[in-house]
Design a protein around this ligand. Structure first.
Ligand code: IPM
Ligand code: MN
Length: 359
């Protein structure tokens, strides 16, 4: 298969972890005879530094005209939170999602067997957890009208959802549930928010078309508690942009590190794959960032194009690395391995090199 992949490494640890993901994809290309062509472009703080814009026109055009986008991370403390939102590095990512229409953010959560004891949660809570969060990604409070009064003392962000915006992601979530354990939980604040009440109404209606899927509802505050006290109950969680952002970070506690969580963001035409973690500025350039999330995002990319065997191979590589304890410091405080070594191990595994014992 020929795939043209736009690579937006971004800021902080982005370039380091994406390099390892590229290595894994390159190895897959060699072994399974695929032609992956990578094209790099800037986004985020680095893009502001180079071009003055967090999402340069050139980057957007490239992303529109490739099969998939592989993204690292965005954000740099030198552009503090005081930066007006339209010039902040994060805005580059929000704009990219919006422009490409990437309305469904899919964040699977299934702890690796070898990491069950790394989680601060008890083993009996973590073992057997397997759910996926469908987070709406191009609407809601992150995209609603923002206002600040002239004296800078009153601010507001509008949380708006249309029936269409709810419908398109709801269908994807129900379809996913059908292929899984057939349970869908809508997380909202329908006790308080009008937009949440619309979510419930629309999702209830759609559920009639999926009679094999059991639908239930959970308020977001309760969901935050349930996700770490009884995460096994979940199969597919469907929710809006803000709740999905928060709950997926929280859920990473289950896996022991946010450094192992991958995500896919899908639209009608485009698809983007990125780790759930951020740019982790303190770790930049220190060869300590966990490349698993970026590498597993590459696996999600392959899966998206039907390359299931190939995706599985990457997953096995990660499992093997965990088994051999070739992991970064977030997973083992005594490790002697860094970003590069972990990435190298996985690409060697994919290439079936027999020198894994070197590690
Ligand atoms: C994420 C990130 C982004 C978000 C930021 C960087 C805009 O936290 O992808 O989860 O909040 O959506
Ligand atoms: Mn987030």
């Amino acid at each position: 298969m020929n795939l043209k992949i736009a690579v937006l490494s971004g800021d902080g640890i982005g370039p380091e972890v994406i390099l390892q993901a590229k290595k894994a994809l390159y190895a897959i290309g060699v072994v399974y005879e695929h032609d992956f062509i990578f094209e790099d472009a800037f986004i985020g703080a680095i893009a502001i530094d180079k071009t003055g814009s967090s999402l340069p026109e050139q980057t957007l055009n490239l992303c529109r005209n490739t099969d998939a986008v592989l993204l690292g991370a965005i954000g740099d403390p030198k552009y503090g939170t005081e930066t007006a939102s339209d010039t902040a590095p994060e805005n580059g990512l929000l704009k990219l999602r919006k422009e490409l229409g990437l309305f469904a953010n899919i964040r699977p959560l299934k702890p690796f067997k070898g990491l069950l004891d790394v989680s601060p949660l008890k083993r009996e809570i973590v073992e057997g957890v397997d759910f996926v969060i469908y987070r709406e990604l191009t609407a809601g409070i992150y995209f609603g009208e923002k206002k600040l009064n002239e004296s800078g003392t009153i601010a507001s962000d509008l949380c708006e959802y249309s029936e269409d915006e709810i419908t398109r992601i709801a269908h994807l979530a129900f379809q996913s549930a059908q292929k899984r354990r057939k349970k869908l939980t809508l997380v909202d604040m329908a006790n308080v928010l009008e937009s949440s009440r619309l979510w419930r109404k629309v999702v209830k209606k759609i559920s009639e078309g999926y009679p094999d899927v059991a639908l239930d509802f959970l308020f977001a505050d309760n969901a935050a508690k349930q996700i770490i006290s009884n995460p096994k109950q979940f199969d597919v969680i469907l929710t809006g942009n803000l709740f999905g952002d928060m709950l997926s970070d929280e859920a990473s506690v289950i896996t022991g590190s946010i450094g192992v969580l991958a995500s896919a963001s899908l639209g009608e035409k485009n698809a983007l794959f990125e780790p759930v973690h951020g740019s982790y500025p303190h770790a930049k350039g220190r060869n300590i960032a966990n490349p698993f999330a970026a590498i597993l995002s590459a696996a999600m990319l392959l899966e998206h194009f039907g390359l299931t065997e190939e995706a599985k191979k990457i997953n096995q590589g990660v499992e093997k690395a965990i088994e051999y304890n070739v992991v970064t410091i977030d997973l083992n405080p005594d490790t002697k391995f860094g970003t590069n070594e972990v990435g190298e191990f996985i690409s060697n595994f994919i290439l079936n090199k027999d020198d894994l014992m070197y590690f």
